[in-house]
Design a protein around this ligand. Structure first.
Ligand code: UD1
Ligand code: M6R
Length: 381
């Protein structure tokens, strides 16, 4: 069942080159890629489950994503891509909070419910709430025939394969890929977005190989987990596309390794979190190359100046970070991941951090696949 792996979580992390491929199979076409691209060829995205509803989504007043836990983080990771490509206001809502607030929802809203299990009680209740208000309700689920898949007007199955470990891993990367594909499908008539769309579609095609390369960090992540084993806490800083990566890495560390961990928007560092930073505080920073890179370099400089013990996720060949963190007097380890188009980088970046939380859990002697107090599908509010 575990195919030679010790735990389902480990197996599911390592399955990601294949699961992301399955998510895209039959949906991403690059007939115009390579040599043809220079001749103006087009790539295209086919999401059968949305085909009849794309026009209604495009003419809606906003797109609201609704989810819990890791699925919510996937919506945050892809939000900017939807905003960039579709140019419709996008909101990401935690299902329980949406219900607590009795959030206003209108007939011309599109509400997208994202759930691995398709059975999460809060997400399902939010779906019924949005349906009653006349919104177009779209599902993004991993489970064919699940309550959310059945109750939505239309949707997309992420096809990541059965996920058994309570900690969601391969579903997360596939959810980001599907939301990105949804943004591509909604923007296919846009001439001004054509180059960006083509770059993203090419990036999608590269993902299985890039994830395979990131998985080669396994041994290194086990070594780094050893440096964190006895710690009380881990702060995780990210911004832009990778704010979600920070939240998701922290959730993985807390739910399976049972270590306090907090994902922090790096732009908020000076508004409170910096007070926690000294030479006893381990910090993980995500600083891969995108438009936020200069700002992340500045954050890292400020953390190093306070003696922080740093792990930094960066792209291979990042000379700025090699220089900043490379000297032996700095307490800084670089986690070098392959580069992909900026909006897909969170899919690659989370892989070593999933491995880190997995190894940390094993070293600390906790139950990897069944963390205490948690269930795979949270079917009660
Ligand atoms: C579908 C088939 C797939 C087949 C392909 C061929 C299923 C489950 N999928 O895939 O086996 O190879 O056509 O073209 O039979 N839906 C919701 N809510 C959700 C998720 C999905 O309503 O949360 C609906 C969709 O709108 C669609 C149906 O379920 O009507 C199947 O969705 P999906 O599997 O994503 O469609 P295809 O990728 O076209
Ligand atoms: O099945 P869902 O995606 O709706 O589940 C949502 C959360 O319960 C889930 O992602 C939870 O946060 C995971 N244990 C995280 O690893």
């Amino acid at each position: 069942m575990k195919g030679g792996y010790d735990h389902y979580m480990q197996k599911e992390i390592h399955e990601q080159p294949e699961s992301i491929f399955q998510t895209m199979r039959g949906r991403v076409s690059r007939m115009g890629a390579g040599a043809d691209a220079a001749a103006g060829g087009e790539r295209c995205i086919k999401l059968g489950g949305l085909a009849e509803h794309v026009e209604a989504m495009r003419s809606g007043r906003r797109i609201m994503f609704v989810a819990c836990g890791t699925s919510y983080h996937a919506t945050l990771a892809a939000r900017q891509t939807v905003e960039d490509l579709v140019s419709i206001p996008v909101a990401c809502e935690l299902a329980s909070d949406l219900l607590d607030r009795r959030c206003p929802i209108f007939r011309d809203d599109t509400c997208v419910f994202v759930s691995q299990s398709g059975e999460t009680a809060d997400t399902l209740a939010a779906l019924e709430y949005a349906k009653a208000r006349g919104a177009l309700c779209v599902g993004i689920t991993n489970t064919v025939g699940s309550a959310i898949a059945r109750s939505t007007h239309c949707g997309v199955h992420i096809n990541a394969g059965c996920e058994i470990g309570v900690a969601s891993t391969k579903a997360y990367t596939s959810q980001i890929a599907v939301i990105t594909m949804m943004a591509l499908a909604l923007s296919e008539d846009s001439i001004s977005k054509r180059d960006k769309r083509n770059a993203i579609i090419d990036g999608l095609a590269e993902l299985p190989e890039k994830i395979r390369q990131a998985l080669k960090l396994d041994l290194e992540m086990r070594r780094l987990a050893g440096t964190l084993e006895g710690e009380q806490s881990l702060l995780v800083f990210g911004r832009g596309y990778n704010y979600a990566t920070a939240l998701e890495a922290a959730l993985k560390v807390k739910e399976v390794a049972l270590m306090h961990s907090e994902g922090i928007l790096a732009g908020e560092m000076k508004h409170g979190p910096l007070a926690l930073v000294d030479d006893t505080m381990p910090i993980l920073a995500i600083a891969t190359k995108d438009s936020m890179h200069p700002k992340m370099l500045s954050v890292i400089q400020q953390l190093l100046a306070r003696g922080a013990n740093l792990l930094v996720v960066c792209n291979e060949g990042d000379d700025d970070l090699e220089e900043l963190c490379g000297s032996p007097d700095k307490r800084c380890s670089l986690i070098r991941v392959p580069q992909v188009v900026d909006c897909l980088q969170p899919i690659v970046n989370i892989v070593p951090l999933q491995l880190l939380s997995y190894h940390l859990t094993c070293l600390r002697g906790h139950n990897v696949d069944q963390p205490r107090n948690l269930a795979k599908a949270v079917t009660v509010n």
